[in-house]
Structure formats: structure tokens, C-alpha cells
Design a binder for this molecule. Structure first.
Ligand SMILES: Nc1ncnc2c1ncn2[C@@H]1O[C@H](COP(=O)(O)OP(=O)(O)O)[C@@H](O)[C@H]1O
Ligand SMILES: [Mg+2]
Length: 259
């Protein structure tokens, strides 16, 4: 089994902080699914996605179990970082290496044993679809802005790590085109789970998992009932983006920003 053959990831319930069993039978994630995790600080959001990242087997504080295609995942998924079908991106995902963007990507490409030509260039091109500030291959990783770094990490997870599941834990999304990221992940048939309270990202996802006291409290499946709210938030997001760009460019706010 390799990461291309992952048809579904199943989460079996664990228990909350008081030891009570979680309120669901199973949560199944398939390629192309987008799920957001919401709930107050300390409610267990990070613990939930960490369980997935490490393929918990009733051996974490939450006692959840993660299955791949209905079975306990093979050892190599857990031990071998190159075979791991999950990429976790957090606010602390930083690139300490003093490398240029192209060098950083090439190092990662080599460690993954990929031979496809020009994949570094394709990764940068994809990242540049996610951000308005273009990333150049010869710039130092440490010189990238927050938005550029986040765009590059997502593009890297899609093109180079090529994991079927991408997890994002409270990654701030200023400076990236969130809707484009989500559309691209769907296009590449990646599943995406993010911890976020951003209304646009939450409303764009198919399911919303609400956490409470260390457990899944409920799973919301809006099925189109939040369409109006989503349209509104996309419109507001466009306005905010244009205003930010005008401020950045040193312009005065004129009516143009609001239309
Ligand atoms: N089901 C649980 N049982 C016991 N402890 C838990 C459970 N879920 C989470 N925790 C612990 O509670 C703390 C807060 O959880 P965390 O996932 O970091 O919350 P959040 O990301 O929502 O702020 C962590 O120390 C975590 O290990
Ligand atoms: Mg957290």
C-alpha cells in the first residue's frame, strides 16, 4: 500500500477529559474532503489532528484510533517520514535552513527520491497562485513573508510530499488566497483538515467538527444551507484584500475599493 491507494481514513471515537466516550460512531475522510475543526482554546483541537498525524492506536491521551482503508496503518507510515501520507503544517513550521527557495525545494525533492524534472519550478508556480506577493526561486527562505512561506508550505505538501491528507493547525491565513488553496486541494484530490475560526475557511469546508472538553461535541454538515453566508464572506474577503493592497501601495482609500 502506498499513499496513492488511500481511499479513506477513519477516526474511531476516544473519550473526553472526564473519560466519557465521544459522541460519534466514526468519522470517515476521503480524497477531496475539507473539514474544519472549531471550538474554544483547550477544547482538544490540536490533540484531534495530532492523533491523525501519528495514527493513534488507542495509545494517546484521547484514546482515539485511526484506520487507513479500514485497517491499522502499516508501521512504515509511522516510522518513515518519506512514506508518511500526512503533512502537518503549523504556525511553527519554519525553515531554519539558510537556503534559497530553489535549494530548499531541491533538498526536499531529493530526500523524497523524486526524479520528475522541474518539480521545484512547478511548486513555486503553484505557491505563486496562492499569494499575491510573488516568490522568486533565488530568494532566501528566511526572507519570505508569512504569506509567502505558508503558500510555499502548502504547495510543497501538494507537489513534493504529495500526501493525500494535509493538516493545518491554526495557520494564520493572511496573505494567501484561501479560496484558491481550497479549490486547488480539491482539484488534486487532497483531503484537508484545518483548525481555524476563519469564517470563510470554515464555511468553505464540507464538514465542521465542533470540539468541547477534549472530545468531538458535534459534526455539522451544512450541505449548502450556509450558501448565503459563504457568498457574503467571499465578497467581504475580496474587499479586505483590495483594501490591504491599496494600503500597501500607499494609495488613498477611494470608492474603487468597495465595488
Ligand atoms: N480527550 C482528552 N483527554 C484528556 N486530555 C486531553 C484530551 N483532549 C485534549 N487533551 C489535552 O488538553 C490540552 C488542550 O488540548 P489542545 O488539543 O491543545 O486544545 P486546543 O488545540 O483546542 O487549544 C492538551 O494538553 C491536550 O493533551
Ligand atoms: Mg491548538
Amino acid at each position: 500500500m502506498n499513499s496513492e491507494t488511500i481511499r479513506e481514513i477513519t477516526i474511531l471515537p476516544g473519550r473526553n477529559r472526564s473519560g466519557e466516550t465521544e459522541n460519534f460512531d466514526e468519522i470517515v475522510i476521503r480524497p477531496g474532503d475539507t473539514i474544519s475543526i472549531v471550538g474554544p482554546t483547550g477544547s482538544g483541537k490540536s490533540a484531534f489532528i495530532n492523533d491523525i498525524e501519528i495514527f493513534a492506536a488507542n495509545d494517546t491521551v484521547t484514546r482515539r484510533t485511526i484506520l487507513i482503508n479500514g485497517e491499522q496503518p502499516p508501521e512504515e507510515y509511522i516510522r518513515d517520514p518519506a512514506k508518511k501520507p500526512v503533512a502537518l503544517i503549523t504556525q511553527n513550521t519554519k525553515c531554519l535552513a539558510d537556503l534559497k527557495v530553489r535549494e530548499f525545494l531541491e533538498m526536499h525533492i531529493k530526500s523524497r527520491g523524486i526524479i520528475e524534472a522541474e518539480i521545484a519550478g512547478k511548486t513555486i508556480d503553484l505557491a505563486n497562485e496562492f499569494t499575491g506577493e510573488k516568490i522568486r526561486p533565488d530568494v532566501k527562505m528566511t526572507a519570505l513573508s508569512g504569506g509567502q512561506t505558508r503558500s510555499l508550505m502548502v504547495a510543497d505538501a501538494i507537489m513534493i510530499s504529495n500526501t493525500p491528507l494535509i493538516l493545518l493547525d491554526e495557520v494564520e491565513n493572511a496573505g494567501i488566497f484561501k479560496d484558491r488553496v481550497i479549490e486547488t486541494l480539491k482539484k488534486y484530490k487532497k483531503a484537508l483538515i484545518f483548525v481555524t475560526h476563519d469564517p470563510m475557511v470554515s464555511l468553505m469546508s464540507d464538514r465542521r467538527i465542533v470540539m468541547k472538553d477534549g472530545a468531538v461535541h458535534k459534526v455539522l454538515e451544512p450541505n449548502g444551507s450556509e450558501k448565503k453566508a459563504l457568498e457574503k464572506v467571499i465578497e467581504l474577503d475580496r474587499i479586505m484584500y483590495r483594501m490591504r493592497e491599496q494600503i500597501r501601495a500607499g494609495e488613498m482609500m477611494c470608492d474603487r475599493a468597495f465595488t
